[in-house]
Write a protein that binds this ligand. Structure first.
Ligand SMILES: [Zn+2]
Length: 127
């Protein structure tokens, strides 16, 4: 069952990435002020090569999202998706369904947040 649910998440991630790419292309056209025919077909050139150039057209949120989607898809392809990147245990499938980009199980996520809070110290955010 877990495998099927992971596959369903993978499908959602792919769809999500396509939406984000579509937005990049749309913004690129807007920025270039060109019609459809004036824009090279990025799919033929390998979208990832061009992606970096167009990432600045996305808002920070979308950019971060796209990177997270890509990373999650990389992990899916590598077979490490759904495993905690800290302790190696399988992450709860329901957690993955709600937060498909997550890299850690709940226990490790909380531990990491605590560590980061300690590292950042009381001066955090003063800049
Ligand atoms: Zn863990």
């Amino acid at each position: 069952m877990r495998k099927q649910r992971l596959e369903a998440i993978g499908k959602r991630l792919l769809e999500h990435r396509q939406e984000l790419y579509a937005e990049i292309l749309r913004k690129n056209r807007e920025a270039a002020g060109l019609t459809d025919e004036g824009v090279p077909d990025l799919a033929d050139q390998g979208l990832t090569d061009n992606l970096r150039e167009f990432l600045h057209l996305l808002s920070d949120n979308k950019r971060e999202e796209l990177i997270k989607v890509d990373e999650a898809l990389d992990r899916l392809a590598a077979g490490s998706y759904g495993l905690c990147q800290r302790c190696g245990e399988p992450i709860d499938i329901q957690r993955l369904e709600v937060r498909p980009f997550t890299r850690y199980d709940v226990a490790c996520k909380e531990a990491i947040e605590k560590e980061e809070a300690l590292k950042a110290g009381p001066g955090r955010g003063t800049l």
